[in-house]
Unconditional design. Structure first.
Lengths: 590, 590
């Protein structure tokens, strides 16, 4: 090694030792006869003093140093002079009095510095273009260290439980189900293509058929979708599958893993088992299948009152089978001006397709006031206030619409107001499960059922007959892990019976011929002794974001892509040599 | 869980316990009133007895069982009757007397059974098509378990040393250097392509520039090459990089890792440091840069003798600057008939381009006999025998040719004879390093230099000037890990100086414009404070093959591809929907 110690290592007990450090010049101060350099590496910073101990040649070299130059310094560890000890720094009690310095490499003046934070940070495009500089920032280094530690601990935990990590292929078969595949042209079989995996789903089921019993993989997955803010074309999931299990077994393994992570990474004790809620309950209470349970402000149903009230909008909704539901924002009446409420209304209408937003403010004494209050009897207003459990100063927001629309609108409102009103501590972590998802969702536009999770999900045994009679009521053996209002992972017990699998394909409008074409090998495998099995996939990028308290998924990934799926550092994707395309037997369409 | 124990778990101490097991029917024996089933899972086999304890309904179910059916059995653990204990089986002292059985799934009659081994195994194509059955074979399960344990231990070791695992992108930029890239068309930027990584080389160097200091990754890599027997289009490497290091530091880390693996996986103590040999020495002594050091039979040089001898072929070769070199196969004179020698000669000529093969057998008394012996004086024959250290019964094989041809031919001969003559114990493991590779190899056909390793490799400091004066003599800071005659990994110290990197690109015929186009981001990164760094990549598939004593790389991979790069189970690559191609803006060339 070109060093004896790292820049984060020296303490008082090293005083008197001769050491050699390597690192980057973080700051540089010229006090004339003495030069001070903070030398930085991944492990910390150490103050270097170029003074009387330093050879003349080395002093001259030192005086040419600039930020981000790379140097090797040899010197003696000394106590810092009284009054200059820096207890905020782990190395703050000592300094290294340099005898010699070797310039290992220079740096151009960088477009930004690793010490920049918050507002001083340049725009993300510049950060991504010079990712090697951006990755020097201590925040980024802490995040990638966190990521490493989390994944290491997940693997250790699974290993202790007898899980085998098995690598499944990246060059697979295109099964146009769910999202769009990334394709890879084959050179040897021209006109044919591989697909990059959207997940190792079929392979892990095959591994269960093959008797591997407990499988995990930290798996790279790909989806060629139009990117939303928190999506990446390639992402990493902890993929897990077990044989001879029910839902509780898979959930138990994941709970143990989360408890281990929470304890070892965050120092938190998770109470197990984690709370569970059915999908239906989640939609009723929170309007969403991944509710943020760090705070209350649950959805309150007024449909029965609406049916009795004089306000036409409410009554018409209730009578036509729609729903009237609302939220009670505690103590928020004074916070939202008419203008702010108008803005909320516009947002609700435009972003969630609601017809409007009704509201009341709760006055001293408990009466509800609002322009629409005149449409309600005093008694009805009292009953509405009572239904909400409203107290003076509260702000009531109500949506009357189709059930799905009230869910979306109130979920959006609850999320926004929860943050604006600081109803929770952002550093708090809340883990829970949502279970018993519907097997199918009806796609109006295409007049067919689609799988809520994926087509390999098993129905609850007691709902088996509903497949034939009322598929929309059929509930799946499905479970989503929810952390702070984010879906951190989703799993199901799978179908292990070939006939049942065919039946579900049939319901999804996949003809037997098509099923054989796309999933033939799975259907065949199910006929050769497939065990009952199930599993889950956890989004690792998301987990790191949640554990790190970060805002952007791109900050959890070393080399992320932009929303145009571009790597600004390398310029990928790029043009290629026509020879390459000729060899692959493909042409770019004009 | 549907079981209380696995099929490999029950021992005498469980006798009297009521247990539930799940697994596959391995064997089924019908003794009329009693049925015996060996129930199998990943963990072992347990004998189940359906007899008097069994309910009538369950006995009926049991009598319908066939191999590979999946069942759940509940019963009581009992000692096996005297005389039926099977000490070869870990569960061989007990049996489970079934009370009830649940048929979890049936199986069609499989095309082959997991118990088949060796000669009974079907052809590989059938095994690959029904990979889920093939993966049930205990040998395959042991191999994937070995793979899991090896990778787990490599990660643990690196983690203890402070290495961070960082995931680098799969969707990267095509840099047509070395092998052919797999391309991925971009939908959002039509006409542009991503490339799957041939290795994370540039990203790991960027991570060093970014200050990550110690990086590892178990990385999937891709090469679109015409496949040789031991190559796969996608493969896995342990990728490692360190900053502020020299060769010895990287080699030391890898040696420690290998010692750990050897001890924990094989129970072997590796003596460290591992032996080292320069590239030049390896070529002289073994004709190859990855010599098998489990046995001797080194190459002996006769060029000086050849120059003095009367045999025209030898003398002409020696006088024209070629080489005359040979092997002494101990005690092998009696093993090779004239016909066998003719066959060896044909092989040497056809496969390695040698002009021929000269040979002698060493008679009792030490004289050399062969048809060509008459062309040599008795004294010269004595000196040749002496040079080989030959003893009666030895077999001498000699090639006179260009140096490279003698290397290839004698490497081939040594490898073949070493195996045929059983000169080593195939279960023995030998680890060593080959170092100081040439920086460049001259490509006659293209009249240019090519990089022996890759274009980012640093020359030895003392050879820096040779870049300008005699590049062919310039030696690299390069090191290959060699196990049992296989290259298990290769690494180098990298260039961290941008001007030196440009100079090496220049020597390789990469014009500045081209260099900027292909590697611009690396060249730029080197200007912003790149530390000295180096690393290595170890072939994990290969390592598993060597540690497992396996013959084929395909047996080390769960879902391998054939030499036509086809997955026989899924049928990948396959045809895709024209809509998919239209969205990507590509067409299949007619």
């Amino acid at each position: 090694m070109l060093r004896t110690h790292s820049c984060g290592e020296l303490r008082s007990e090293h005083v008197g030792q001769r050491v050699t450090l390597c690192g980057w010049v973080d700051t540089y101060r010229d006090h004339g006869r003495t030069l001070f350099v903070d030398l930085r590496d991944r492990y910390g910073k150490t103050q270097i003093v170029f003074g009387p101990d330093c050879s003349a040649a080395s002093f001259e070299t030192a005086s040419t140093l600039r930020p981000e130059f790379v140097v090797q310094v040899t010197g003696n560890v000394a106590h810092r002079p009284e009054g200059t000890v820096n207890l905020k720094l782990s190395t703050g009690e000592i300094e290294v009095r340099a005898e010699s310095v070797e310039l290992l490499n220079r740096s151009l003046v960088p477009p930004f510095y690793p010490s920049q934070t918050g507002e001083e940070l340049p725009g993300e495009d510049l950060r991504l273009k010079y990712r090697y500089l951006d990755l020097r920032r201590p925040e980024m280094q802490q995040t990638l260290l966190l990521r490493h530690r989390m994944i290491k601990r997940m693997r250790d935990y699974a290993d202790e439980l007898g899980f085998l990590e098995v690598e499944t292929p990246m060059l697979g078969r295109s099964t146009p189900e769910g999202a769009r595949d990334y394709l890879v042209p084959s050179r040897i079989q021209q006109g044919c293509f591989y697909a990059l995996p959207q997940s190792p789903q079929l392979y892990k089921q095959i591994l269960m058929v093959a008797g591997y019993d407990r499988y995990i993989q930290v798996a790279r997955c790909f989806r060629d979708e139009d990117l939303r803010a928190d999506r990446q074309p390639e992402f990493t999931q902890l993929d897990l599958e077990m044989s001879f299990v029910g839902m509780d077994d898979v959930m138990g393994v994941v709970e143990g893993m989360m408890a281990r992570l929470a304890k070892e990474i965050l120092g938190l004790e998770l109470a197990l088992p984690l709370p569970r809620m059915t999908y239906d309950e989640a939609m009723e209470r929170f309007g969403h299948d991944a509710p943020d349970l760090r705070f209350g402000m649950e959805i309150v149903d007024l449909t029965d009152l609406a049916r009795e009230c004089d306000f036409r909008v409410f009554r018409a909704a209730a009578e036509s089978g729609q729903r009237v539901r609302g939220l009670c924002a505690p103590g928020a009446a004074g916070r939202y001006s008419r203008k702010a409420i108008d803005e909320l209304t516009t947002w609700i209408v435009q972003d969630f397709g609601a017809k409007g937003l009704a509201w009341f403010k709760v006055e001293q004494g408990g009466t509800l006031s609002a322009p629409i209050a005149k449409n309600f009897s005093a008694e009805m207003l009292r009953r509405i206030g009572q239904r909400f459990g409203a107290a003076p100063g509260d702000f009531l927001l109500i949506v009357a619409d189709r059930f799905e629309t009230t869910c979306k609108a109130l979920y959006g409102l609850r999320k926004r107001l929860g943050a604006e009103l600081k109803l929770y501590d952002p550093s708090q972590m809340h883990f829970s499960w949502v279970v018993e998802f519907p097997m199918f969702a009806w796609v109006e536009a295409e007049n067919c059922w689609t799988a809520m999770h994926h087509p390999f999900t098993a129905p609850r045994p007691q709902d088996r007959e509903l497949l034939k009679t009322d598929p929309g009521k059929c509930r799946a053996q499905a479970y989503d892990l929810v952390i702070n209002g984010s879906e951190a992972g989703g799993g199901t017990i799978r179908i292990h019976d070939q006939r049942l699998q065919q039946e579900v394909f049939g319901l999804l409008g996949i003809a037997p011929e098509q099923a054989r074409e796309r999933f033939g090998f799975l259907l065949e495998a199910l006929q050769f002794g497939a065990p009952p099995h199930g599993g889950i996939a956890l989004g690792i990028d998301r987990l790191v974001m949640l554990f790190g308290g970060l805002e952007s998924i791109r900050d959890c990934i070393a080399f992320p892509k932009t929303q145009r799926a571009t790597d600004l550092m390398t310029g990928a994707p790029g043009e290629v040599d026509p020879v390459q395309l000729r060899e692959l037997g493909i042409r770019i369409a004009k």
